[in-house]
Design a protein around this ligand. Structure first.
Ligand SMILES: [Cu+2]
Length: 253
């Protein structure tokens, strides 16, 4: 059993640490992650507040509105009570509207494209790995191509600079995949056959100053080696990025 547990943990080596201070989300590395983290926190506060009110009302009803044994007749009925029925309708409507407002506002912001990113990355998801093609300053680097692996660190690696905007374009030649870097707090399905100008192909991030190597994976069951469709994103300082670009320049197209 211990051995089984040990091997299970070994397989899950790319699962980010649960951070209670962030409501169990992993530490994020994009400014868009701030938006997701705030929406997550707000949703929990609203849900817990609603839960608290409901529990108090249930306890109050249990304590003070039990049927007295001596009295056999029905308690006062409140059917067709207009003010109470208005309340039943309006309070949930207001609650859902508040949730809807923040969700719609944030998903609009998360999908916003500046149109002039510092770096463009074409992500091709295929059965069962990834091909990353980076373009910056009008120059396209040699693609990084991977193959199925059991450790994300040995999968294909996408190198990105800190403090820059990066636009991703997603493409799949076969089935639906999903591009997921948990540290982005964001994932997007990679759907084959989307028209070139479809907004569903694109999303943009602004990287934070958090150098490191972060796990990525496919989040849509796409076939036998789906679980080995692992990759990594390496965030580096600008100087190191320039160096990386220089070593790639010889092989630039
Ligand atoms: Cu996949």
């Amino acid at each position: 059993m211990a051995l089984l547990l040990a091997s299970a943990t070994a397989c899950a080596n790319d699962v980010p640490k649960a951070d209670w201070s962030k409501g169990l989300l992993p530490e994020h590395i994009t400014s868009q992650g701030d938006i997701v983290q705030n929406l997550w926190n707000g949703a929990w506060v609203a849900a817990l507040a609603t839960g608290a009110v409901v529990i108090v009302l249930i306890i109050w009803a249990c304590l003070f509105h039990v049927k007295r044994k001596a009295k056999a007749e029905l308690p006062p009925q409140v059917r067709y009570n207009l003010p109470i029925e208005m309340l039943y309708t309006l309070i949930p409507l207001v609650m859902v509207s508040v949730f809807f407002f923040f969700t719609a506002r944030d998903s609009r912001d998360l999908q916003a494209l500046s149109g002039h990113p510092d770096v463009k990355v074409k992500v091709e998801a295929f059965q069962w790995s990834w091909r990353f093609t980076t373009t910056l300053n009008g120059k396209t680097l040699k693609p990084v191509v991977g193959q199925p692996v059991s450790d994300y660190k040995s999968g294909p690696q996408l190198v990105l600079p800190v403090g820059k905007t990066v636009e991703f374009e997603l493409e799949s030649p076969d089935v639906i995949h999903s591009f997921w870097v948990p540290a982005f707090l964001f994932k997007r399905d990679v759907i084959p056959g989307l028209p070139k100008d479809n907004k569903g192909r694109f999303f943009e991030i602004k990287t934070l100053d958090k150098p490191g190597v972060y796990a990525g994976r496919c989040a849509e069951l796409c076939g036998v080696d789906h679980s080995r469709m692992l990759f990594s994103v390496k965030l580096v300082k600008q100087a190191e990025y320039d160096q990386y670009i220089a070593t790639q320049a010889g092989s630039a197209q």
